[in-house]
Design a binder for this molecule. Structure first.
Ligand code: F6P
Length: 319
């Protein structure tokens, strides 16, 4: 193996840069050159390639986002587009590819693996919805931002005796909302994985308000689409003056946490080793404290579920 390539795809997440740094440094130790395809699969399909040297990755561990850019490319589902990507791998004399991204990106990687490309993936998505890894790159940083933001909002909520409905990202997953609510002691949570009753929550908070609770925090996962309904119910049923805060893309950027940096370093170097040792069609994953390899097929045919304790906690706060 003389040259490998790497790309970052889908929603960026903190930890992508530390992974890139580790891929380049591990490759250098193993005397392998590294090509970076810019803007994810878009760059692979259009041949937007750069040489990644030691200097390209110097000082990037502390940076959020991805220095080789990212994008979403739904067209990559088409076989003709995948073949164009393979042609570019050939043109650039690439012996193996590392894809860093979420489940859509791993689906793309799996299609390339089926066409014979030596390929491994690194799970990166703030949603923590990738089956096979306890946690994905970016989740920890995102949660730290969410918790800091809720703590900040509590200052103003308590000063005005208000209720706040705070919406987190997570597409179809309630993980960020739930863990954010748990870590800040929020009064209620609304996530897609657990049945919720908005009126019941509003009545409970009304009662708690009557008994002396001065302010309330309700964390809502974007995937429920229930943010405005929750706020309306609080306005009409409880006596709380209510405001909404949508955390949005604030949750995706920012300097990677220590956890995401170390995880990125570990996943990156193991991905290079896996390619060198001839393995393909696998995702590097964290299981307990170990880095393991999970076949793409397992990743893509299972849904990552919330643990039992998390579900119990969510049920308590959802009505
Ligand atoms: O998958 C990561 C994520 O941040 C989701 O939580 C969110 O629903 C989505 O990406 C937003 O995507 P975009 O940045 O393309 O609007």
């Amino acid at each position: 193996m003389k040259r490998i390539a790497v790309l970052t795809s889908g929603g960026d997440s903190a930890g992508m840069n530390p992974a890139l740094k580790s891929i380049v440094e591990q490759s250098r130790r193993d005397r392998i050159s590294v090509t970076g395809f810019l803007r994810g699969y878009l760059g692979l399909v259009n041949g937007l390639a750069i040489e990644m040297y030691y200097k390209t990755v110097a000082g990037i561990a502390r940076k959020g986002g991805t220095v080789i850019k990212s994008s979403r490319l739904p067209e990559f589902r088409e076989i003709s587009v995948q073949k164009q990507a393979i042609a570019n791998l050939g043109k650039n004399e690439i012996d193996g590819l590392i894809v860093i991204g979420g489940d859509g990106s791993i689906r793309g990687a799996s299609a390339l693996a089926a066409l014979g490309v030596p390929i491994v993936a690194i799970p990166a998505s703030i949603d923590n919805d990738i089956y096979g890894s306890d946690i994905s790159l970016g989740v920890d940083t995102s949660l730290n931002t969410i918790v800091n933001s809720i703590d900040i909002i509590k200052d103003t909520a308590s000063s005005h005796n208000r209720a706040f409905v705070i919406e987190t990202m997570g597409r179809t997953s309630g993980y960020l909302a739930l863990v954010g609510a748990m870590a800040t002691g929020a009064e209620a949570v609304v996530i897609p994985e657990v049945p919720y009753d908005i009126e019941c929550i509003a009545n409970r908070l009304k009662e708690e308000h009557r008994k002396g609770r001065e302010y309330s925090i309700v964390v809502v996962a974007e995937g429920t689409g229930a943010t405005s309904k929750m706020s309306e119910a609080l306005k009409q049923i409880s006596n709380f003056d209510t405001r909404i805060t949508v955390l949005g893309h604030l949750q995706r950027g920012g300097s990677p946490s220590v956890f995401d940096r170390i995880l990125g370093f570990r996943l990156g170097s193991q991905a290079v080793r896996a390619l060198i040792e001839g393995r393909s069609g696998v995702m590097m994953a964290l299981e307990g404290s170990k880095i393991v390899e999970v076949p793409f097929e397992d990743v893509l045919t299972h849904k990552k579920l919330l643990g039992k304790r998390y579900l119990e906690y969510a049920r308590r706060l959802s009505r």
